[in-house]
Design a protein around this ligand. Structure first.
Ligand code: FES
Ligand code: FE2
Length: 331
């Protein structure tokens, strides 16, 4: 097993940890790179995130409460407001002098694509740009943030791989696909994503009609799949009638063996179909990947010789090579 979450360069990356609309009146606790954090909205509605540890006696702040944007520690009631500043120490009275060490050291946090993204260190790697997010012809559909008992590098390795489609996805779209994978040419897809372009004949069962917009038994799709370091994968699907379906697959390492997973969809359809109907098919596909990956123990070996690879693994092997370089892993 190759532990990776303690690699310092990962602190400079952004990780989606929750749906922005799920952060309400209560503190939200989450685990990222094997550390615990808390998240809440300050008096102006801005998100604040910090290690889930009160500077006083280290109680988890996530078991406290939020009132008017101030989070109160459940142990002795210290309060923390905008920017994590300590604003009250009840035992010292209203005129208390707040010691500098009482303030929280906050993480960077932004809302993008309907998600809350946290960077625990100094940001070194940008959140990938999805141009369709600004394009009024496209609508965005968010999906739940799920917990997968599988290691994040295994998720990315899987999302970069299409030789598993006729095996793992036989229950959804993979049944019509030839298991033979022709030679893959890798290249830069745009400024942010690196990957490959391919064409498939996909099964188009009744459950897929809302997504494909076609009643045919199989549909022709031109697709691209690419990654942006460390863990974002984008899949684009273009149908012959001009319909485009963009999927951003986002994996966040909870620790070496567990992940958060969510995906975001952009589509240039006529916006009439119920979004739940649109994502139901992609969620069924995700459930097939989850069921497989949760059976695979440990995290992905990063050493080239740790697992056997063939030509169809070229994209995921390239992700693994660049990821290893990012985190400073050498064999
Ligand atoms: S531990 Fe938080 S106020 Fe004492
Ligand atoms: Fe899959």
């Amino acid at each position: 097993m190759t532990a990776f979450v303690d690699r310092e360069p990962l602190l400079g990356c952004w990780y989606p940890v929750a749906r922005a609309d799920s952060i309400g009146a209560d503190p939200f606790g989450f685990r990222l790179l094997a550390n615990d954090y808390v998240l809440w909205r300050d008096p102006t509605g801005q998100l604040v995130s910090a290690p889930d540890r009160c500077p006083h006696r280290e109680a988890p702040l996530s078991i406290g409460s939020v009132n008017d944007g101030v989070i109160s520690c459940a142990y002795h009631g210290w309060g923390f407001g905008a920017g994590g500043a300590c604003v009250s120490i009840p035992s010292s009275g209203p005129d208390a002098t707040i010691p500098p060490a009482a303030h929280l050291s906050c993480c960077h946090v932004v809302e993008k694509y309907g998600l809350v993204w946290v960077c625990p260190g100094d940001p070194q790697v940008e959140i990938p740009q999805i141009g369709q997010d600004e394009d009024p012809a496209f609508r965005r559909i968010n999906t739940p943030v799920e917990h997968w008992s599988a290691s994040t590098p295994r998720l990315v390795d899987n999302f970069m791989d299409f030789s598993h489609f006729p095996w793992v996805h036989v229950g959804t779209f993979g049944g019509a696909q030839d298991p033979y994978v022709p030679k893959i040419d890798l290249g830069q897809l745009d400024d942010d994503f690196f990957g490959y372009r391919y064409e498939v004949e996909a099964s188009n069962p009744q459950e897929a009609v809302a997504v494909s917009g076609s009643e045919e038994e199989t549909v022709h799709r031109v697709m691209t799949t690419g990654f942006a370091l460390p863990f974002s994968v984008r899949s684009t699907i273009a149908y012959d009638d001009g319909l485009e379906h963009i999927l951003l697959l986002l994996s966040t390492p909870v620790d070496d063996l567990n992940s958060l997973f969510t995906f975001v969809v952009w589509r240039n359809d006529d916006h009439s179909t119920d979004p739940e109907e649109i994502i139901a098919f992609d969620r069924a596909i995700g459930a097939e990947d989850k069921a497989m990956l949760e059976q695979v123990p440990g995290t992905l070996p990063l050493a080239r010789t740790g697992v056997a690879s063939v030509q169809s693994d070229k994209p995921s092997v390239e992700w693994r090579r660049r990821f290893s370089e990012l985190i400073g892993f050498s064999e």
